[in-house]
Design a protein around this ligand. Structure first.
Ligand code: AP5
Ligand code: MG
Length: 211
């Protein structure tokens, strides 16, 4: 079963995905996490991607779709409960996905639209910390690790994301409005959209989703 997590940056898509992977047997694929892994390899592609991500811009649809399909290969698309986190992010990507799923005889179970006020988004992104090894997400005040600045799961030192700087957050929110928000109507028309109030605790949100 395939679920899409849609929503502006900082609404909790990655955090809730991790919770559902740890506690409810879900599989998770985040195009953002895959891009950051490629960047850490320091390959030519990684250097190019670093420029795009650090500037808060979107990667082109073709490359993003290839990366997604490659990432999906490790899962059983018919049996696993899979969360697509941050894909699709443009109407063109949504059409590519639809075509691909039609060929594979797959369908999207639900699209979860994470709804959160901009003020809270900025607060969440400004204090975010991530694990460079397993990509788990924390927050300096709202979602602290057990040991300050270290990952609960693998004890790696946590880092901030370059695109969480104030000016980059503004750029990302602008790109969300122009390029990603139209997907709400796209999936609304297909009657598979579920609007989620993302202004609750991680446990409350996850419980509602599982239900
Ligand atoms: P990506 O990594 O997907 O970034 P994003 O879309 O900007 O979303 P975020 O990861 O910032 O937010 P999130 O919703 O996951 O929030 P989180 O759970 O971390 O993409 C990065 C870049 O890659 C893009 O800018 C683009 O360049 C490229 N890219 C990726 N996919 C692409 C695509 N399809 N097409 C083109 N380009 C693409 O939570 C945020 C903070 O809040 C954390 O600190 C967390 O601890 C805290 N928090 C979360 N939930 C709660 C809660 N309930 N209560 C309190 N605190 C909470
Ligand atoms: Mg994320």
């Amino acid at each position: 079963m395939i679920y899409i997590f849609l929503g502006a940056p900082g609404t909790g898509k990655g955090t809730i995905s991790s919770y559902l992977v740890d506690n409810n047997g879900f599989k998770h694929i985040s195009t953002g996490n895959i891009f950051r892994e490629i960047i850490s390899s320091k390959s030519d592609l990684g250097i190019k991607l670093k420029g795009i991500l650090d500037a808060g811009q979107l990667v082109n649809d073709e490359l993003t779709f290839e990366v997604l399909k490659e990432g999906l290969k490790k899962y059983n698309l018919k049996e696993d409960k899979i969360i697509l986190d941050g894909f699709p992010r443009t109407i063109n990507q949504a059409n590519l996905l639809e075509e691909f799923f039609e060929k594979e005889n797959l369908k999207i179970e639900k699209v979860i639209n994470f709804v959160l006020d901009e003020e809270i988004i900025v607060e969440r992104l400004s204090g975010r910390l991530i694990c460079p090894i397993c990509s788990k997400t924390y927050h300096k005040f709202l979602n602290k690790p057990k040991r300050e600045w270290f990952c609960d799961d693998d004890n790696s030192e946590l880092v901030e994301r370059a695109d969480d700087a104030k000016d980059k957050i503004v750029e990302r929110l602008k790109n969300y409005e122009n390029q990603t928000k139209p997907l709400i109507n796209f999936y609304g028309d297909r009657k598979i959209l579920f609007n989620l109030n993302a202004n609750r605790t991680i446990e409350e949100i996850s419980e509602e989703l599982v239900k």
